[in-house]
Ligand binder design. Structure first.
Ligand code: NAD
Length: 344
C-alpha cells in the first residue's frame, strides 16, 4: 500500500470510528439516538470491511470490538460474573449460509459445507428492548443489572422489581443457590403508544421508539416512574448458575422451557428446528407477522441449540460464534427520526 493510501484509509477509519463513538453515546448513554439503526449498521459494516481488508490499521478502541456503552455513574455498578455480550448479525440468505458454513468448519463437519444437516437451532424473535441480568439467590430475586459495557452494568434492582412479568421468587424446589437469568425488558407497543400520547398531550417530548422508551424507563432513579411505564420481560438465556452442569439441560431450547417452569416468561414464538433451512422459514414467517405482534422486534435470533456445540464454538470479542441476529430490512428513515424530539 502506498504511504498516501495508507494515510487516507487511516483517516477514513478515524472518521467512521468518531461517528460511531458519538452514536453509541447517544444511543446507550442518553437513550436518544439521532440516526436510524440502519444507518449505524451500515457504518459499522463499512468499518468492519476496512478492518478485515487492512488488519494492521485496526484500532484497539474500535467500536467493532466493544459491547454497548458505559454504565451510568448515577447507579451503583455490577460486575457480571459471566460477561453479557452482543450479537453478530446477518442481513440476507447468502450471509446466513456463510454463518452456517463457518460453523460447520469450526465444528469440523466438512469444511465449507452449507447444508447444516444435524445442526439443530433455536429460533427466537429479536426483541427490541434492553438486556438485563437477574440474579436469584436461593430462589429470591436479589439483583438486576443492565448489560452496560458487557463487563460492568448498572444496578437497577428496585426498578426491575416493579415489572410484573419478572418473578420476585422462582417456582419449584431444589433450585441452585445462585441462578442468573438473562433476558429482554421491553415496552409493549400498546404501552408505548399510550405513553407517547400522554407525553404529547402534556406538551412533553415523545420517545423515539419502544427500545428507547424501555431503556429510559428502566434507568430512572425513581422506581415509581418505572412502575408506571408498563414494561414487560422475556427470558432468553442463563448467566452464572451454580452447579450448572448437573442442573441445566444440554439444549438451549430446553433451558428456556426450564426457565418457564421456574416462572420466567418465555416468548411464545420461540421454536426449535432440526435444520438451518427452517431458520429461514422462521425469519420469513415472523417478518410477515411482525405488525401483528404486541411488541417491537428488529429481526430474529438464531442460536445453535446444542450447548456442547456452543461451548466448542466459543466467542469472539463481542459476540458468541454460535448465534447470530438475522435482521429485518430497515423500516425507518433518517428524516422520521430527526423529526422527533426525544426524551430520556
Ligand atoms: P443488538 O441489539 O444487535 O443485539 C444484541 C442484543 O439483542 C442483546 O444484548 C439483547 O439485548 C438483544 N436480544 C433481543 N432478543 C434476543 C434474543 N432472543 N436472544 C438474545 N439476545 C436478544 O446489539 P447491541 O449491541 O445491543 O446493539 C447494536 C445495535 O444497536 C446496532 O446494530 C444498531 O442497530 C443499534 N444501535 C443504534 C445506534 C443508533 O445511533 N441508531 C447506536 C448504537 C447501536
Amino acid at each position: 500500500m502506498s504511504e498516501q493510501t495508507h494515510t487516507q484509509i487511516q483517516s477514513q477509519m478515524a472518521e467512521i470510528i468518531g461517528q460511531l463513538h458519538e452514536y453509541n453515546y447517544q444511543y446507550y448513554v442518553l437513550d436518544a439516538p439521532t440516526v436510524p439503526d440502519s444507518h449505524y449498521d451500515r457504518l459499522m459494516r463499512d468499518l468492519m470491511a476496512l478492518e478485515s481488508q487492512y488488519p494492521d490499521l485496526k484500532r484497539a478502541d474500535s467500536p467493532s470490538q466493544k459491547v454497548g456503552g458505559e454504565a451510568l455513574k448515577s447507579f451503583s455498578q455490577v460486575t457480571h460474573q459471566i460477561p453479557m455480550l452482543s450479537l453478530d448479525n446477518v442481513f440476507d440468505e447468502p450471509e446466513w449460509q456463510g454463518f452456517i458454513s463457518r460453523i460447520n468448519d469450526r465444528l469440523g463437519r466438512n469444511a465449507g459445507r452449507i447444508d447444516g444437516d444435524g445442526l439443530r437451532f433455536c429460533c427466537e424473535p429479536k426483541l427490541d428492548g434492553l438486556a438485563v441480568s437477574l440474579r436469584y439467590e436461593n430462589g429470591i430475586l436479589v439483583q438486576a443489572a443492565t448489560r452496560g459495557d458487557g463487563q460492568v452494568g448498572e444496578n437497577i434492582t428496585e426498578n426491575v422489581k416493579t415489572i410484573n412479568a419478572i418473578p420476585l421468587k422462582l417456582r419449584g424446589e431444589n433450585i441452585p443457590a445462585i441462578f442468573e437469568v438473562r433476558g429482554e425488558v421491553f415496552m409493549p407497543k400498546a404501552s408505548f403508544d399510550a405513553l407517547n400520547e400522554q407525553a404529547i398531550n402534556k406538551g412533553e417530548k415523545a420517545f423515539a421508539n419502544p427500545r428507547n422508551a424501555a431503556a429510559g424507563s428502566l434507568r430512572q432513579l425513581d422506581s415509581k416512574i418505572t412502575a408506571k411505564r408498563n414494561l414487560s420481560f422475556y427470558a432468553y438465556s442463563v448467566g452464572f448458575v451454580e452447579d450448572a452442569d448437573n442442573y441445566l439441560p444440554n439444549s438451549h431450547y430446553q433451558r428456556l422451557v426450564m426457565l418457564k417452569r421456574l416462572g420466567l416468561p418465555m416468548c411464545p414464538e420461540i421454536v426449535q428446528v432440526e435444520h438451518p433451512s427452517e431458520c429461514v422459514d422462521f425469519y420469513q414467517d415472523i417478518l410477515n407477522r411482525r405488525d401483528q405482534l404486541s411488541y417491537e422486534i428488529d429481526g430474529v435470533v438464531l442460536k445453535v441449540d446444542s450447548i456442547a456445540f456452543q461451548q466448542q464454538l466459543g466467542f469472539v470479542a463481542r459476540a458468541p460464534r454460535w448465534a447470530t441476529a438475522y435482521k429485518f430490512p430497515a423500516q425507518e428513515e433518517l428524516t422520521t427520526l430527526l423529526d422527533v424530539e426525544f426524551q430520556v
